[in-house]
Design a protein around this ligand. Structure first.
Ligand code: FAD
Length: 258
């Protein structure tokens, strides 16, 4: 069985995001790009399933511009066997549906028994691509999974739900499962892994050749950052007892939290 892992390259969560002066998007200069953290769990899980003898191959599938190859190589360095890069000049003007359509086309002619992905991409947080992709492929999906067991023609997963309870779901293969934190502990790529990754095959499919019309059903009409936080207040009356009284007064009268 081949396991396909969806990998998206996103800005590092440490990146300080800046909005373009005209408000049309984010400044991409100076951004450090990484594999979406939830996709690291997806790659790790696929590798563990293969190591347990329940899959023969792990294929990374990513849609993105040239730079997405870095996230793809990270997956290959962790241990995936090969990759498909659906290449786009830019993600601008492409919403989740266009992304899902392109990923579905990218899988044309590819045999797979399981698709593993992250539950959400850390940049746009839509959690929309997996469901749309499954609809297009006609396969079941289970999201927010914290345990995966591949059986004979089925996959059984745990979903964490309200109040610490777990829901156990079984789906026939092929299916898609979307990983959440706690599914596993993603491995670091080893130095030999990084060297080997450079020679692993990456099938490049140009978005323009896939026959997908980028007809976004949604449009981003504005971007804004949260309001700057007001500066903190230092209470220093010179008297400890007065400091406490002043703090209590501020919490009661200004912050209105007590
Ligand atoms: C710089 C920038 C500009 C953008 N401009 C626009 C715009 O102009 N108009 C617009 O509508 N949208 C725009 N987007 C949004 C972009 O198209 C979304 O990132 C896309 O629709 C996927 O949604 P998501 O990131 O929320 O993925 P989610 O649905 O949250 O992703 C869940 C999982 O799906 C998989 N996945 C998602 N995307 C990919 C991918 N590309 N390749 C492989 N696997 C993937 C991953 O496993 C991921 O963990 C922009 C995004 C960026 C970063």
């Amino acid at each position: 069985m081949n396991i396909v892992v969806l990998v998206k390259q996103v800005p590092d969560t440490e990146t300080k995001i800046k909005i373009k002066a005209d408000g049309s998007g984010i400044e991409t200069d100076g951004i450090k790009w990484v594999m979406n953290p939830y996709d690291e769990y997806a790659v790790e899980e696929a590798l563990k399933i293969k190591e347990a003898g329940k899959a023969d191959e792990v294929t990374i599938l990513s849609m993105g511009p040239d730079r997405a190859i870095e996230a793809i190589r990270t997956g290959l360095a962790m241990g995936a066997d090969k990759a498909i890069h659906v290449k786009v000049d830019s993600l601008d003007g492409m919403d989740a549906l266009t992304t899902a359509q392109a990923l579905a086309k990218g899988l044309d002619g590819v045999e797979y028994g399981l698709i593993v992905c992250g539950k959400q991409a850390m940049d746009d947080d839509q959690s929309a691509v997996p469901a749309m992709l499954c609809e297009l492929l006609g396969i079941p999906q289970v999201t927010v999974v914290s345990k995966v067991e591949v059986g004979e023609g089925t996959v059984t997963v745990n979903r964490d739900i309200e109040g610490g309870a777990k829901m156990v779901i079984e789906a026939p293969l092929p299916a898609l499962v979307a990983a959440t934190k706690g599914l596993n502990e993603p491995r670091y790529a080893s130095l030999p892994g990084i060297m080997k990754a450079k020679r692993k095959p990456v099938d490049v499919k140009n978005f323009a050749d896939l026959g997908v019309e980028p007809v976004s059903k949604t449009e981003i009409i504005g971007w804004s950052l949260p309001d700057e936080r007001a500066a903190g207040k230092v209470i220093n009356t010179g008297d400890r007892e007065q400091n406490v009284k002043e703090l209590v007064r501020l919490l009661r009268e200004e912050a209105k939290v007590i």
